[in-house]
Every structure is written in C-alpha cells, then in structure tokens.
Ligand binder design. Sequence first.
Ligand SMILES: Cc1ncc(COP(=O)(O)O)c(C=O)c1O
Length: 364
Amino acid sequence: MQTPYYLIDKSCLLRNLEKISWLREASGVKCLLALKCFATWSVFDFMAEHMDGSTSSSLYEVRLGREKFPGETHAYSVAYADHEIAQVLAYSDKIIFNSIGQLAKFNDASQGHVRGLRVNPGVSTSEFDLADPARPFSRLGEHDPAKIAAVADQISGLMFHNNCENDSFARFDEMLTLIEDRFGAIIHKMAWISLGGGIHFTGADYPLENLALRLKEFSQKFGVQVYLEPGEAAITGAATLEVTVLDTMHNGKNLAIVDSSIEAHLLDLLIYREPAKIAPNTGAHEWMICGKSCLAGDIFGEFLFDAPLKAGDRLSFQDTAGYTMVKKNWFNGVKMPSIAIRELDGTTRLVRDFDYDDFAAALS
Ligand SMILES: Cc1ncc(COP(=O)(O)O)c(C=O)c1O
C-alpha cells in the first residue's frame, strides 16, 4: 500500500471498546463517541457494538452521527445559526444548547424535543489555555446556578465537559463533588446528565472500578441517566500514520524528510507543540523527522533508530487517531494520507484514497 496512510487497527480499538462496555455494564452510564475527536465512519458499526451512539459539535457532525453511527444521536454546538436549527433537530434525539440565550432563541423551534443546557463548572484539568473550557471569560456553557435554575423547567438535562486528558480518578472525583455541591439542586430536577469527555479511563492503570462506582452513586443520588462522551479514550492507540523517507540531509543534525507533513496530517501536535511518537525510539542514531511542506517548522520530532535512515525507509507514527484525521488538510497540496483498516484477522484493506480531484474540489 502506498504511503502516506492512516492505519486503524481494530484489535487496538477493541481493547478500548471492551473497557467502555465494561464501564457501561458496571455503572449504567451510556457512552457516546465524540465525533469532533474521531469521525472515520468506516469503523462506526464496529464501535457501535460497544457504545450507545454519538455526540457532535456541529450540524454536519450530528448528521454524520445520525447517518453512520447506530444508536442515540446528541446534538451540541457552541452556537446554532437560524438556518441550521431545523436540520439539527431532525438529525438528533437530544439537543444541548450552549447558552440560555440560544435556548430562548430556539425555544419555539425545539418544543417537544429533548433539550439540555451546557454548564460550565469553572474548573478543568486542562494544562493548555487553548483547550481549557474553564479559562477566564469562557464562552463554553452557562456558569451561574441561579440563572440556570431559572430555566430548569425548559430542559431535562445538563452537559458538563471539564475533564481534559484527565488520567487521575482522584481529580475526576474531586471535580464531580464540586459539581454536586454547586449545581446539585438543579441536577435533582433533571432526567439525564452528560459528564462530557476527557476522562482517560481506557488507560492501562486507570482504576475503572472506582469510576464505575462513583458514576453509579452519582446516578442513583440524583436519579439521572449519566452519559459520557469519550473521544480520545475510545480511540487512543488505535491508529498509526505510515510514511516513507523521501530524502536525507545533514545540517548540524541528521534530517529525514518524509512523504507527509505534521502541519497537514497531525496538526493537533503542532498546535500543542508536542512531538509525534515513534516506537521503540531506541538505538544509537538520532534523526530529526521532517515533513515535506515548505513550513520551516514542519518537524515531527527527533527520534532514535538502530541504523542511519535512508530514502525508502518506512516509518510509523503511533497513536494518530484522535484529533488528527478530523483535522487533516490540503496545505501545500501534500497528498492526503489514505485510510486503511487492519481487521481482527490481521488482513488490511484500503477504505479511502484521496487524489488530485479531492484537492481541487476542496476549493474553487
Ligand atoms: C463537549 C465535549 N464532549 C466530548 C469531548 C471529547 O473529549 P475527549 O476527546 O478528550 O474525550 C469534547 C472535547 O473537546 C467536548 O468538548
């Protein structure tokens, strides 16, 4: 198969999905895939065997969820436009408004639909200002309990999303207690609560049993159906980006240029200034792996290898499913990676290729 391509490995995906299934069973929570993180729909049927549906951040995502992901379809957006609302309602089972203003604006249009409101508890676990929903002056959800209480009779659920790559159960527990203390009276009036995504409960050492107990206790205390919206936790470790070295140079360091681009194919890493991952990253030869776009800083990172790299060598970037394929772009006209799936029996099939026509069609 010609590189570059993203390779989704179903057996790695299954490891996460089995943990999700266990959590659902043990705690009664429903788990919805957050399409903003991963929207590669060729594996949605497979994922849906272990999940309850999907959640979205726009009209197009909610439509994709309805059309491709079996189960419940939640709609959320930071703001809906007038011309979007009828379709959003048609494609969704529940709509979650980001503000009391949007709830009021679309009150008539959404009568009879299951409605919720996003609440911002003012705390989060994000280490990055850019991704912190609780950053100062945040627009992500309503924060004032009195104002939320005043519209509680118009909604049946609340959505909190304040965990970000949180692998600490203790911190999750602490923040949930804070939510209970601050918003408990309103939660008692609700039928369902979504606790959003960002909980790294599929990680190797995560105390899944403690999480299950805590969620079950929360659900029973308030008499609510609890939802989680895992993105990253559902797909972590499930895909690689396969590339080939095209050229090597030396300029104080060993440089290898590959047939991909961090700017175009792993953009999230560039935004958060994180290196890509290569395994095992051991050996005596250190190389800087660079993208083929003209951006000077199009650099995947510096890694160790057993032997010097040369044109034609194949490399594999690890853990490239989340916030990557959804953000790929046509910068520099670099060939967009194809998408391949490794089945449970080990066979690999190509599910999507992109060519010049796709590049030209992205603009006009
Ligand atoms: C509302 C909401 N739900 C779910 C998610 C998924 O988060 P993660 O991929 O970290 O699990 C996000 C991520 O930004 C989000 O904003």
